[in-house]
Each structure stands twice: as C-alpha cells, then as structure tokens.
Design a protein around this ligand. Structure first.
Ligand code: TPP
Length: 664
C-alpha cells in the first residue's frame, strides 16, 4: 500500500524523530535549559491521531508532548526557540520543553502535571458542543495519568455529557520508572467500559492502525456519539528523561522494542527511496530551524511580569481610587439581598453575551445549594446552565478548556474548602495558561465560592482562603462585602480576561443593600472608602467589613473618627487606597476573617511598613482569627472571628501607642 497516507504519516514521524534527536544534541551541547523528555519510539501515536484532526480541532498534551505538538502543526523553529530559552519561543522562552501552547494550531497546552490536560480537553469539547461546532478535542496522556483522579473525573463528565472528546492513552509501559502492571490495577482501555464508552486498544507502533482507530473515534465524536478511550500500546526507547541511567529495565527489552520501531515498520509502505529522501530533507530543515532559533534573542529578566495578567503588566490597577463608597452617585432606591445579586449579575451577563455559561453542582435544577442561581435554568436553558457531578478538579479544568476556546464559564464550587480538590487546575493551569502560551491564550473564567467566610459550618466548610489564592500569580481574587459590590464585581469578573475567584460570604447571605441601576460594574482592583474618617483606618473586606463598620460606630461614641476602607479585591490589591487612607489617618488596623499568621493582613502591613512608612504614627494592628481551624458551634465562632468590640479595641490601642515610623 504505497499511498499518500503512509507518506504523510512517515513525514510526520520523521519530523518528530528528527526534532527530538536534534533537541538531545542541543542538550548535550549545553544549549537547552531544564529537562528533556523524549518520545523516541512513540511517534506513531502522535502522527496517527493528528492525521485525522482538522486545524480547528484541539489537543492537550504532556511533558513528553513534542511529537503531539509537531503533528498538530506546531512550528519546529518556535519549539526549538522555546527549548533554548529564546524570546521567539511559544512561551517567549520562559517555560521550556514541557510547555508548548499555540492557539493557531489548536494546541491547548502541554502540561508537566500528570493527568492535568484531560479536564481541559473535556472543557474544550464542551465548548464545541455549546457553540454548536463539530470540533473535536483530543487529550494525550501517559499510562501514569490513568491512576489520577483527573482521568476518572474527566471520563465520567465526558461520558455523561456525550462530549466530542477522544482520550488517547499513550501506554509506553512505564510511569516514570515503574512498569504499568506495578502501578495500574487494570489495563487502561478496560476502564472505558464502566463509563459506558468504547475502550479500544491498538498497536501504538503501527501508524496506520493508530490512524484507523483514531479516525473511528474522532468520527464518533464529531457525529455527536460521545467520547472514546483509545489505548495505544507503545514503548519509549529513550530514558524517562535525557540522561536517565535506566536502571529500571534491561537492555534486551529496549532492543526488542527497537526492532518494532514505528518508522522502520512504515518504510516498506512508501515508494522506494522516498523514506530516505524524507529523512534527509527533514534533517536539513530541522538543522536550519535550530540554527535560526539559536540566533534569536534570549529571554530577558525584564519580561518576567509580561503575560501574568491580561490587560495590564502586573497586578496593579492604574486608575485612581474613588473618594466614596459603592454606589455613590447612582442611587436607585432599589434594595436586594446579597445572595440575589448573583442571579441578577449572571442573568444580565448571560443576556448580554451568549458565550457566558453557568455550571456547577446543583446550580441548575435546584438553583444552587444556597439558591444563588435560582431562575437561570428557566431563562437560559440546559445548554448554558448545567448541573454537574461532584468533580471539582474536572469542573475547574473544564472551565479552563472552555474559556480557552470561546466561552465565558462561571463555575460554582460551593465552599472555598473544596477548591483544594481542584488546586492543580486552578494553580497550575487556570493561573498559568496565559503565561505558558506566551500571552496568546486568555482564560476568562469565574469561580464563585463561599470564601471570605465570617460564618462557618465547621473546619471544612468555612475557611477564608483569600491569602492562599491571592498568592498565586495569574489569579484574581475579589471578596465583595455588599450586594452592590457582589453584583458589580461579579459582572466585571465575567468580562475580565483572566481567571477571577469571587469569594462570597454566607454571613452576608441575607444582607440587604441598595444596588445601583443600569449596567452596574465595580472595577476589579479598586477599593472603596465606605466611611470617611480622620483618626484611624480600618482596612477590611468580605464579611469582616460589616463588623469593622460597627466598630467604627462604637469608636464614634468615644469621639474617635475611624475611616473604613473596603478593599473588595485582594488581587489586584488597591495599594494606592491603602496608602491614601494611611496618609489621612496615620494609623492602620487590618481586619479580616482569614487566619492572621502569614495571612493577607501581613501583605497590607508590609505596604504600610514599606511605601507607607513615612505616614505611620503607630504600629500596624492585625485583627483576625487565631492560627486554628474554623469551629462549628456559634459561641466558638464568635470567639474565632474578630467582633466589633475587638476591632474597636485595636483601634483605640493604635491611638494610644507609642509613635512608629517617622511619627509625623
Ligand atoms: C501530578 C504529577 N505527579 C508526579 C509527577 C512526576 N512525573 C513526571 S513524569 C512522570 C511519569 C508519568 O508517566 P506517564 O503518565 O506514563 O507518562 P510517560 O512519562 O511514560 O510518558 C511522573 C510521575 C508529575 N509531573 N505530575
């Protein structure tokens, strides 16, 4: 069978083989930073699967994904540039071999996190379904990923929603150093059956066989019949990483698999002499690509802040601080509850933009565990408002994939405590995707959680994790303390180009407040002075804002004029607002519901002790819960969360304390 198809597959495999051989040479020559994980011997999987994909189809891949990226249309020169730390690389040379992402060729990203790409492919497939296209998403992963929760969560979700996704397990028979039978209790392809989807095992060193199996799986996905799990049994003849002494397997085994080399196997299917011609041409063009990449400028340190966030370089808002509180100048006379602000904001955004979708556990039929999304299903239908399984990792990952492919997903995760189950997708993927794509991918997604708590249902249903979240470059974190701010910040979050975590508070759930009319937006990264004052500043956010305001009232009875500043956003932080209030009063008390040690209050105190030092008249006070877990009983909660009296006491202390700083 001397056909074009075999020639095409051979060309792709030769390109992968040549690229990786050249990359290994560059490593030995000291031109390459970091590890290099090659896929020598596995080329047929990438070539066979990608041969049946259209340019608009998408893939996610792994730390060993050079081949998948090249087969999907990645540019060898840009890949060499990335490996060698050049500004012309896919990530501007900052991330290296394990991180190639390219919207232009449908590469949603290689990830160094085992299993990390599966939920993202599921999200891309869901996005294709919602947008009504016939695009297919493919997740490439190793046998090691099959033991990860991400694999099972992804298969369940994809099967449940009949998503156009193909899961390609590249079983090279080792997960790092362990053979498959020592780390998996079942053969990968068999795991499809319990999820009700086809599980197909194919000889992964036979490019034509891989292609045929992939064609069937992709066709099935495109026709709307749902996902397939394709296990390609192959072998990597190189070490786990370049330089690996490979003590975990014997030479005879490697030699045996070399005899089954996928390029050698396909050669007879090509016209005489063509394979040698392709090999020579490929080598010449790759040499030129590598040389050109090495001639490009190296990545420089001044670029480090680029591409962490979308609309500005670094997380510092450029606009000035408003002089007064939320809603100033927009009096509508209309009051709503804090919780009602959610459906109002989302309803308006969904009307405005058909790309906005809302999903999460019980958000649709029940209208949310806390009834925040009530009514949205009836208004917008099941395609845009969806109940999901209890799969926090897959949900955040699906939001990442959906956001990268044209949707604006809003996902509800109930309590911030449960974000820990999705930490990989949040911290390693949502937060980094813009950066590892060299700024080419945006991840406009919103995660709503009960977070800046102030009221709890025990140690695992009430943590205030804003300090933890705001510490992650790439994420934005807001904690609205009023219905107007919740509505305005949520609407801004939906329109934001970056992942935004909206920390809501159960303590404020029934709080009523006036909400401005019209298209009410509160800018992310802008604080509000909710009570002007001259003697001491109470800087706060979330549910603690109400208690700080009460403390200001108590202080007023003593003749102390406290200013209350509601930060509203933790990242970006309105540094100017903190410095401005310090300039006005010279005294700073930071009030929050996250535990004090290593908490977000320390960041604000550092601001006062640094750029604000000249205005500081007294030591900064932090009023926050102790370094302990959130208790369940009400009396213990009252002891745990700082009350108005405690806040007022700290403010009084700051007025009587010995001068600090310049003391002016
Ligand atoms: C979540 C996670 N755990 C551990 C690692 C360390 N690690 C890097 S590669 C690898 C082996 C992965 O095996 P497999 O998925 O079979 O892919 P292969 O390397 O064989 O292509 C491991 C454990 C990681 N990168 N991510």
């Amino acid at each position: 069978m001397k056909d074009d198809r075999a020639t095409r597959l051979y060309r792709t495999m030769a390109l992968i083989r040549g690229f990786e051989t050249a990359a290994a040479r560059l490593l030995r020559a000291g031109e390459l930073s970091g590890n290099l994980h090659l896929s020598l011997g596995q080329e047929a999987v990438a070539a066979g699967v990608c041969d049946v994909l259209a340019p608009s189809d998408t893939i996610t891949t792994t730390h060993r994904g050079h081949g998948h990226c090249l087969a999907k249309g990645g540019d060898p020169r840009r890949m060499f540039a990335e490996l060698t730390g050049r500004v012309t690389g896919y990530c501007k040379g900052r991330a290296g071999s394990m991180h190639i992402a390219d919207p232009g060729s449908g590469i949603l990203g290689a990830t160094a996190i085992v299993g990390g790409g599966l939920p993202i492919a599921v999200g891309a497939a869901w996005s294709a379904q919602v947008r009504g296209t016939d695009e297919v998403a493919v997740a490439f992963f190793g046998d090691g990923a099959v033991a990860e929760g991400a694999f099972h969560e992804s298969l369940n979700l994809a099967a449940l929603w009949r998503l156009p996704v193909v899961f390609v397990c590249e079983n090279n028979q080792y997960a790092e150093l362990l053979p498959t039978d020592m780390h998996l209790a079942a053969e990968p392809y068999r795991l499809a059956e319990p999820y009700g989807i086809p599980g197909v095992r194919v000889d992964g060193n036979d490019a034509l066989a891989v292609r045929a199996a992939a064609e069937a799986a992709v066709g099935r996905a495109r026709s709307g019949a749902g996902p397939t799990l394709l296990e390609c049994v192959t072998y990597r003849t190189s070490g786990h990483y370049e330089g690996d002494p490979q003590r975990y397997r014997d030479r005879a085994e490697v030699e045996e698999w070399r005899r089954r080399d996928p390029l050698d196997r396909l050669r007879p299917a090509l016209p005489d002499g063509l394979a040698a011609e392709i090999d020579a041409l490929t080598e010449t063009s790759l040499e030129a690509a590598a040389a050109a990449a090495l001639g490009d400028p190296e990545a420089t340190a001044v670029d480090l802040l680029d591409d962490v966030y979308g609309e500005h370089r670094g997380p510092v808002p450029a606009a000035p601080v408003p002089a007064t509180g939320p809603g100033a100048g927009h009096r509508s006379g209309r009051t709503i509850k804090y919780r009602e602000a959610v459906a109002e904001a989302l309803g308006e955004e969904m009307e405005r933009d058909p790309a906005v979708v809302v999903f999460g556990e019980d958000v649709a039929r029940a209208g949310g565990t806390f009834l925040a999304t009530r009514g949205l299903l009836d208004r917008f239908g099941g395609s845009r408002v969806r109940d999901t399984p209890i799969s926090e990792g897959a949900l955040i990952g699906a939001a990442v994939g959906a956001a990268m492919t044209g949707l604006r997903p809003v996902v509800e995760i109930m309590f911030a405590d449960f974000l820990t189950l999705a930490a990989d997708q949040l911290v390693n993927h949502a937060a980094k995707m813009r950066s590892v794509s060299g700024g080419e991918f945006s991840v406009p997604m919103v995660v709503r959680v009960i977070g800046a708590a102030g009221k709890a249902a025990g140690p695992q249903h009430g943590q205030s994790l804003e300090g933890w979240l705001a510490h992650v470059p790439g994420l934005k974190v807001v904690a609205p303390g009023s219905p107007a701010d919740l509505k305005g910040l949520l609407k801004s979050a939906v329109r934001d180009p970056d992942p935004v975590i909206v920390l809501e508070s159960l303590a404020l759930w029934g709080l009523k407040g006036e909400v401005p009319g019209g298209d009410h937006l509160v800018p992310i990264g802008r604080a509000a002075v909710t009570r002007p004052g001259t003697d001491v500043s109470l800087v706060t956010w979330g549910a603690a804002h109400a208690r700080a305001t009460e403390a200001a009232r108590l202080l007023d009875l003593d003749g102390i004029d406290a200013e209350v500043v509601d930060l509203r956003s933790l990242m970006p932080l309105d540094r100017e607002a903190v410095l401005a209030t310090l300039r006005r009063t010279g005294r700073l008390v930071v009030v929050h519901d996250a535990v004090a040690p290593y908490g977000p209050g320390a960041e604000i105190a550092a601001l006062a002790a640094g750029p604000g030092f000249a205005w500081l008249k007294a030591p900064v006070r932090r009023v926050a819960p102790p370094f302990a877990h959130v208790p369940l009983p009400e009396p213990l909660q009252r002891a745990y969360y700082p009350g108005a009296e405690e806040i007022a006491a700290a403010a009084r202390e700051s007025l009587t304390a010995a001068p600090a700083g310049a003391g002016r």
